[in-house]
Design a protein around this ligand. Structure first.
Ligand code: PLP
Length: 394
C-alpha cells in the first residue's frame, strides 16, 4: 500500500530521478539469469584494505577506551595525522585544531557543507558533469544551481570567463573537482590560481574535492587548492581514504581549509552525528602514516589497467587520451546513441556494466564512465565481449 496521504518533504521530491535505478534492475535480472557480470560501473576500488590498517583496527577495537562516543571534532591524534600527511603530500601547514575535520566519508561532509552554507534560493555554481553529491547536496539545501558546462573542447575545465558577472556576483558557493570524477580531467596550477582569484573577487566559497590526488600517473602531481596563496581565506578541500587506501566501506574522509567554514560544518554535524568510531580513526591514522611506496604500488596498478583498457578500446575504434589521474576513463558513446541507451545495450549484450554519463548531470550526456576496478584479465574479457557483440566507436 502506498501512503499517498503522507508525502515526502519537497526537498526529497525535488531530487532529480536516479539514473542508476534502471541499471540496477537490469543488473539484478542479469545476475538471476546467471550472467557473469563485469561491473565497471561503480567507483568502488576492488582491492582489500592494506594490512597495516586492518592490524591497527584490530588492536584499537580491543581497547575499551575506544568504545564510547568519539569526540565531535575527531580524535586529536587523527587530526594531527591528517595535518602531517597534508604537509608531507602538499607542503601546506594546517592547524589540527580547527583547520582539519574528520568526516564519515567525504560525501557526508560535502552534502552537509551544502546544508550548512546554502539557503533556499542561494546561487550555487556547479560544473556539469560532476560527482552527484556536488549537485545533490545543493539541491537538498534548496539552492539555485547554475550549471557550469564542461566539454571536450575546453578539456573539461571550468570556463571562468564564460560566467556572466551578474551570476558571479550573486554566487555564494562553487563546487569543483580535479582530478575529476567522472571525466578524469586534470587542471593545471594556473587554473587553480585563476579560480582562487575569481572566488576572492566575487566573494565565493570555493569547495574543492581532491579525492583522486593520490591516484596520479606518469609523474603528474595534482595541485591542492590550499597550495594557492590566499585560498584558505575562501576555500575548503575534501579528501577521502576510500579510493587511495581501498577503504570505501570504512567511511573515513576529512575536510581541510578555512577555519570558520569548517567550524560551521562542525556545528551542523554536532547536531547530526558523533563522527567516526574511535578505533577506525586509529586505523585511518595508520593508513595516512603508510610510506609513499604504498602509493607507488596503487598508482602502478591503476596505470597498468589504464594503458591496457585504452589499448583495448583503440582496437574497437576509440581514441581515448592518456589520463593523468583517477580510476576512470571517460568514453564517448558511438554517434547517434545516448548515454543511457548505450550503457543498457552494452549491459544486455555483454554483461559489462558501464555508468551512463548523464548520471553525472546533463553535461555527461553522450559519454559513459568506465571504472578501472578489475584486473587486466577481466578487462580483457570485457573488451573481448564488446568485440564479439560488434560494439565499436563508429
Ligand atoms: C568517491 C568519491 C567521493 C566519496 O568518497 P567517500 O569519502 O567514500 O564518501 C567524493 N568525491 C568524489 C569525486 C568521489 O569520486
Amino acid at each position: 500500500m502506498t501512503l499517498d496521504w503522507i508525502q515526502p518533504a519537497d526537498r526529497l521530491r525535488s531530487l532529480p530521478p536516479y539514473v542508476f535505478a534502471r541499471l540496477d534492475e537490469l543488473k539484478a535480472r542479469a545476475r538471476e539469469q546467471g550472467l557473469d557480470l563485469i561491473d565497471l560501473g561503480m567507483g568502488n576500488p576492488d582491492g582489500p584494505t592494506p594490512s597495516p590498517v586492518i592490524e591497527a583496527a584490530m588492536v584499537a577495537i580491543q581497547d575499551s577506551q575506544n568504545h564510547g562516543y568519539p569526540p565531535f571534532e575527531g580524535t586529536a591524534s587523527f587530526r594531527e595525522a591528517i595535518t602531517r600527511w597534508y604537509h608531507r603530500r602538499y607542503g601546506v601547514s594546517l592547524d589540527p585544531d580547527g583547520e582539519a575535520l574528520p568526516l564519515l566519508g567525504s560525501k557526508e561532509g560535502i552534502v552537509h557543507l551544502a546544508l550548512a552554507y546554502i539557503n533556499p534560493g542561494d546561487t550555487v555554481l556547479v560544473p556539469t558533469p560532476a560527482y552527484p553529491a556536488h549537485f545533490r547536496g545543493p539541491a537538498i539545501a534548496g539552492g539555485n544551481i547554475i550549471d557550469l558546462p564542461l566539454n571536450a573542447e575546453n578539456d573539461w575545465l571550468i570556463d571562468l570567463a564564460a560566467i556572466p558577472d551578474i551570476v558571479a556576483e550573486r554566487a555564494k558557493v562553487l563546487f569543483f573537482n580535479y582530478p575529476s570524477n567522472p571525466t578524469a580531467a586534470t587542471a593545471p596550477r594556473e587554473f587553480f590560481e585563476d579560480i582562487v582569484a575569481f572566488a576572492r573577487r566575487h566573494e565565493i566559497l570555493l569547495v574543492h574535492d581532491l579525492c583522486y590526488a593520490e591516484l596520479a600517473f606518469d609523474g603528474y602531481q595534482p595541485t591542492s587548492l590550499l597550495e594557492i596563496p590566499g585560498a584558505k581565506d575562501i576555500g575548503v578541500e575534501f579528501h577521502t581514504l576510500s579510493k587511495t587506501y581501498n577503504m570505501a566501506g570504512w567511511r573515513v574522509g576529512f575536510v581541510v581549509g578555512n577555519r570558520s567554514i569548517i567550524q560551521g560544518l562542525r556545528t551542523l554535524k554536532t547536531n547530526l552525528d558523533y563522527g567516526i568510531f574511535s578505533a577506525l580513526q586509529k586505523a585511518a591514522e595508520a593508513a595516512l602514516n603508510m610510506p609513499d611506496s604504498y602509493l607507488d604500488g596503487v598508482q602502478t596498478r591503476y596505470r597498468t589497467r589504464r594503458d591496457f583498457l585504452i589499448e583495448g578500446l583503440a582496437e574497437l575504434g576509440w581514441t581515448i587520451p592518456k589520463t593523468l589521474a583517477t580510476m576512470y576513463l571517460w568514453v564517448p558513446c558511438p554517434p547517434g546513441i545516448g548515454s543511457t541507451d548505450f550503457a543498457l545495450s552494452v549491459l544486455e549484450q555483454t554483461g559489462v556494466v558501464l555508468t551512463p554519463g548523464n548520471a553525472f548531470g546533463r553535461g555527461g550526456e553522450g559519454y559513459v564512465r568506465v571504472s578501472l576496478i578489475a584486473e587486466c584479465d577481466r578487462l580483457g574479457e570485457a573488451m573481448a565481449r564488446l568485440k564479439q557483440a560488434n560494439i565499436r566507436y563508429a
